[in-house]
Design a protein around this ligand. Structure first.
Ligand SMILES: *Cc1c(COP(=O)(O)O)cnc(C)c1O
Length: 375
């Protein structure tokens, strides 16, 4: 069966092989040796040996794919990226504060998602904007050398890929060389598994699964062990990283089916050659699309070249009156969910791991044909 190409920003396209495998296993899950267990994954106790094996395999595969060092915990949580905007300060903001004092948290604003994180953290901590590219319309990343990081900050938060504005950090800052001993917190919701991660620079990374890992409902948190144990008294137990870690992500019922699906995606990623192979493909996909945009008279992308996102490519038609015709023609050509986020308008093509290069080529062919007939 050939399906249309789906450019959704999230929940996003899943590898077709993974969907087919899940369909096959829906009614009766086979273990690694092929033995059926008489129930589907959704129907299993999260504490039974079948699901414990599924969860342990998913975690181990993710750890190996992302090369997560042994002194980091991988937590499977719920609540998505937005809940983590509260959960992170609830857990980490007091790390360097005196008892009873609100800890300091610093933020680098490069788009809507980091802006939301900053706003939410103000409920639980003493926040500060270390740098912002809002004045540019979030089309660039402020030079790390210019960031105003407070000496007492517990952590600095950044969003490594701004899903809406299409702005990506192609290297994470080394806070030590910036003269800061704060911890780096990264929202990698839409960047995770698209490229290798430099764990030596990171204290905690979090992301909702529904962009590049699996279905909505699962949130992945990777946290350095020494950062556990500083939660505020008001932190809900189910959101206390130390508690979640001590219980192997089973303090309460985890999102079992989403963990299973993400585990199938991790196996698929390993079969593709792992993260280095995905990165090479993601570079080709992004280059193909940006090249077409930059060489057109109709389309443009406003983001500075040094921080254009590989995963989410917003683009605009110089004649906005053509937007509806562009989208309906695209859908008729089997190119789905290209409408831009309502806050910025225009178009957006998300090129996560499940999008093959042939999908990007089909989009470019369509864009060029549309430009010829409407130019
Ligand atoms: C989608 C997204 C979020 C929000 O995730 P939810 O799971 O909807 O809460 C946060 N940060 C980034 C970078 C995102 O792309």
């Amino acid at each position: 069966m050939t399906r249309p190409y789906n450019f959704s920003a999230g929940p996003a396209a899943m590898p077709q092989e993974v969907l087919a495998q899940a369909a096959n296993e829906m009614l009766d899950w086979p273990d690694a040796s092929g033995r059926l267990c008489g129930m589907g994954v959704m129907e299993m106790s999260h504490r039974g040996k079948e699901f414990m094996a599924i969860c342990a395999h998913a975690e181990a595969t993710l750890r190996s794919l992302l090369a997560v060092p042994a002194h980091f915990k991988i937590l499977f949580m719920q609540g998505g990226g937005l809940a983590e905007n509260a959960i992170v300060p609830l857990n980490l903001s007091a790390m360097r504060a005196d008892r009873g004092e609100r800890g300091q948290t610093d933020f680098v604003l490069t788009g809507s998602w980091s802006q939301k994180s900053w706003q939410e953290a103000a409920k639980y901590s003493n926040t500060h904007v270390a740098a912002s590219s809002q004045a540019s319309g979030y089309t660039e990343i402020p030079d790390p050398a210019s960031w105003q990081i407070r000496p007492g900050a517990s952590y600095i938060h950044l969003c490594s890929n701004e899903t809406i504005h299409g702005v990506e950090f192609h290297a994470l800052p080394d806070l030590k060389t910036l003269g800061s001993d704060a911890v780096l917190v990264v929202d990698f919701s839409s960047q995770v598994a698209s490229r290798p991660m430099d764990w030596g620079r990171v204290g905690l990374a979090f992301g909702g699964a529904q962009k590049n890992l699996g279905p909505a409902g699962l949130t992945v948190v990777v946290v350095r062990e020494d950062l556990l144990g500083h939660a505020l008294d008001i932190c809900p137990s189910a959101f206390n990283y130390e508690t979640v870690a001590a219980n192997g992500s089973m303090f309460n019922t985890p999102p079992t089916y989403a963990i299973y699906m993400a585990g199938l995606v991790f196996d698929w990623l390993a079969r593709q050659g792992g993260i280095a192979a995905m990165e090479a493909q993601n570079i080709s996909k992004a280059q193909t699309l940006y090249h077409a945009i930059d060489n057109s008279a109709l389309y443009f992308n406003p983001v500075a070249a040094h921080c254009r996102s590989r995963m989410n490519v917003p683009f605009f038609l110089r004649n906005e009156a053509l937007n509806d015709a562009f989208l309906s023609g695209a859908a008729a050509a089997g190119l789905l969910q290209l409408k831009g986020h309502k806050s910025v308008g225009g178009m957006r093509a998300s090129l996560y791991n499940a999008m093959p290069l042939t999908g990007v080529q089909a989009l470019v062919d369509y864009m060029q044909a549309f430009e010829r007939s409407h130019g």
